[in-house]
Design a protein around this ligand. Sequence first.
Ligand code: PLP
Length: 420
Amino acid sequence: MAESFFNIDGQLRTLAAQAEADCGEAFARIEETCAFNEEKVLSAFARQRVSEVHFKGSTGYGYDDLGRETLDRVYADFFGCEDALVRHNFVSGTHALTVALFGVLRAGDTMVSLTGAPYDTMEEVIGLRGEGHGSLKDFGVSYRQLDLLESGAPDLAGIPSAVQGAKVAYIQRSRGYSLRPSLTVEQIGAMAAAAKAANPAVRVIVDNCYGEFVEKTEPTQAGADLIVGSLIKNPGGGVAETGGYIAGKRELIELCSYRLTCVGLGKEVGCTLNQSKPMFMGAFLAPQTVANAVKTSVFALRLFELLGFEAFPRFDEYRTDIIAAIRLGTPERLIAFCQGIQKGSPVDGFVSPEPWDMPGYDSPVIMAAGAFTGGASIELSADAPLREPYAVWLQGGITYNTGKLGILCAAQALKEQGLI
Ligand SMILES: *Cc1c(COP(=O)(O)O)cnc(C)c1O
């Protein structure tokens, strides 16, 4: 019997069945969005005439790499924008965001965050922590931020004065390691409109990490000038082995390409080695993979709510990213939860994660990541900084049934240690 593969407590299995039944309507909405996005992506592949020759990677300089050029056009097509820079050479989302910011900003310019404090790893890039390492601040770019309202909603009324004189208005779509709500594309559109009405020269750059394909449109279709993300998250579909993307206005993509490679060379170089096919195939699978991750997230939110924990967002809320945050309240529960997720992972399911001082983060973090691709958080994964509010951030699940099992293993670990 399936029940015997993982030793999940009978009461937990029953509660899981109830949670899953409660998720029916949310799941139907996710499937509908998935079908829409699959049609969008498939038609982009057809329009851009993707062919097997595009999967054969180049070496050396990578001049005239048809796969690279076509993949950029495919991304621009399904993101509804002019151009894109999709590269395995981006080492992470933070790197792609860094290239975008350094590509667009110049000495004397100002960047203003419209979503309060940015994601932890961006603090050193901006220069909020550390000195003399070549941050934006070291290069003469100043930074200020407009905090979100108490409710976590954007401060629309504060935007006109916040963007005065700013070159870049920066918006983070996903909650990051906070409990604020993630921003919908519609909200981002309203923020971009407010920013541009007050300062027509401002460039809106959106950290789109974890948001791609969760809704039917992307911020580029709502007024963002650039969107940026990681290929080991949503748009890599669980298949891309590394990389990131920047998509949006052509002139800005060109500036970003000069920063990624060299001024003058830009997009014309950069060999693809053997990475083209996984990037294409990952993009093709991404809407489905993202739907599985959102379903896993919705299930986890409902199950842990039934177990008595505060979970964000509500399981039946409209979704704009794949993240679920569960306030477990104690470090012991965070550790047990992550160890349980690890047990329910296909790779390294036999190891037990411990908290560590991860580069770029200012408190110890425990992470569960039993993924085929190192650190890929489109695969089921959980991270918890060991600090108030002692919440775990959970994301991914490239198939729903295995994602659900991972969540059940986490609940089981809490149960076995008497923590629920
Ligand atoms: C993941 C993420 C990033 C980038 O993180 P990397 O680990 O460098 O890919 C940036 N912003 C947000 C909101 C994220 O979730």
